[in-house]
Design a protein around this ligand. Structure first.
Ligand SMILES: *Cc1c(COP(=O)(O)O)cnc(C)c1O
Length: 438
């Protein structure tokens, strides 16, 4: 199981009145965290799975580091209140609770795709028998690009060395279909924890066990699950993982990413070496012989990007205070409530909104994906009504109620907007052309 237990979380008896939404907010034990965030004025923000909002806490740690730079100059490396020199290690250790890792297994570094490159470069060691990488057809394109270019660097043709698991319905993937593709020639499997369009949460434990039975390494891109779903990466035995910190973890646009490598791989060398991966005790000896850090710190390539990592410190404090299990509990309650409202108010004629996200809470990440033939225009109409949704081509609207700052009343209001946009056919005023960033 990816999550804790069966659906103990869920408030089964919902009602569709506004009053009921307000009652849910009153009973919400995490409600006090909303005021720690800057919510854009008059806006209902449903896009925290793409870019989480700024918190007062994250702003404080960012401004603290800016100020340390102002006052200390280079002395900030050792003299910062969290010393800059070990900032990435410190934040990595703080994140271990969110992903179920041991100290030293997580490091905050670079970007998701760059970390993925480095980890594939380490873990993909093709042999005569095992020389293929297995991915799925619904993964984030960047992950596929990284895998393809890593194959090409090894002189291997993606057309013959990349195996891609197909989705039978175009939005979800059955774990058994992935396991069926774990053939003898596969050396490495790379999968998302949560599929970015449909929001399906894969069973990482099962997939890891099955990969290991076949002597296959397995890595997960957890960009859409960290901060929304509890993980037990070490207990499950996952070989490696990457994730970005600017989605549910609210570290700011382009904020520094993270990587995890299971400590049983402590003898592995990084695929790409750089001086920031050096054993910290001796880094400034400036030896020409590369001596890697003893833990996941060795996968760092360059100097920690302080200003892109600093907001994460404040943001993580909120997660540690709220507790990831409590966040998951509320998140499931909120997505369950949203699904209930959509089913109740928007299924059938003339609405025809369908729910793409798995209805089983254990198979769901933090967002709800809806599909509709007019999704592009409905999405535009929502924006006009001061809702920030998220559109994914060709016909999916993603809505992410974020446990730390979304209210039940906001969820109720968004569903009312959808209803009225379709009732009045208001969406017909909008173009069905895509915008550049969504
Ligand atoms: C958001 C996201 C990324 C982001 O990649 P960057 O290299 O950090 O820009 C990568 N993978 C997945 C699955 C994502 O959802």
């Amino acid at each position: 199981m990816n999550t804790i237990g069966e659906c103990i979380y869920v408030e089964r008896k919902f009602r569709f009145t506004e009053e009921f939404a307000m009652q849910l907010d009153k009973k919400d034990e995490l409600a006090q965290f909303r005021k720690r965030f800057y919510i854009p004025e008059h806006i209902i923000y449903m896009d925290g799975n793409s870019l989480g909002l700024l918190s007062v806490d994250a702003e404080e740690t960012l401004m603290r580091v800016v100020n340390e730079y102002k006052l200390l100059g280079i002395n900030g490396w050792m003299g910062g209140s969290t010393p800059w020199f070990t900032f990435a290690e410190e934040l990595g250790n703080q994140q271990t609770v969110l992903v179920g890792a041991d100290k030293g297994e997580v490091i905050v570094h670079g970007s998701t795709t760059m970390n993925l490159h480095n980890l594939i470069a380490s873990f993909f060691q093709p042999t005569r028998i095992k020389n293929k990488i297995l991915i799925d057809e619904l993964n984030f394109p960047s992950d596929k690009y990284a895998v393809e270019s890593q194959l090409i660097l090894r002189g291997l043709e993606p057309s013959s060395h990349l195996k891609i698991v197909k989705s039978s319905d175009g939005v979800t993937i059955n774990e058994s279909e992935i396991i069926n593709e774990m053939s003898e020639d596969v050396a490495l499997v790379l999968l998302p924890s949560v599929l970015y369009r449909s929001g399906q949460l894969l069973d990482m434990e099962l997939l890891t066990t099955e990969a290991h039975k076949r002597q296959i390494f397995i890595g997960f891109d957890c960009s859409h699950s960290v901060g929304a779903v509890p993980h037990h990466l070490s207990k499950w035995g996952v070989d490696f993982a990457v994730w970005c910190n600017y989605k549910y973890l609210n570290s700011g646009p382009g904020g520094t990413a993270s990587l995890y490598v299971n400590k049983r791989h402590s003898d592995k060398m990084p695929g790409l070496w750089g001086w920031w991966g050096y054993n910290k005790e001796k880094q400034f000896d400036m030896n020409l012989e590369f001596e890697p850090a003893p833990d996941s710190g060795k996968w760092q390539i360059s100097t920690v990007n302080l200003f892109s990592a600093a907001p994460l410190e404040g943001s993580l404090n909120i997660f540690l205070e709220a507790g990831i299990e409590n966040i998951r509990k509320k998140s499931i309650g909120q997505t369950e409530y949203m699904i209930y409202l959509v089913k109740e108010l928007l299924s059938g004629e003339p609405y025809n909104v369908s729910i793409v996200t798995p209805l089983d809470a254990d198979k769901r990440g933090g967002h709800v994906a809806l599909s509709h033939n007019e999704a592009i225009r409905i999405n535009e109409a929502l924006k006009e009504r001061d809702v920030i949704p998220d559109f994914r081509y060709p016909n999916i609207i993603r809505l992410a109620p974020v446990a730390l700052y979304t209210t039940y009343l906001e969820i109720w209001t968004v569903v009312q907007h959808l209803k009225s946009i379709i009732d009045t056919q208001e969406y017909k005023q909008f173009s069905n052309k895509r915008t550049t960033v969504s």
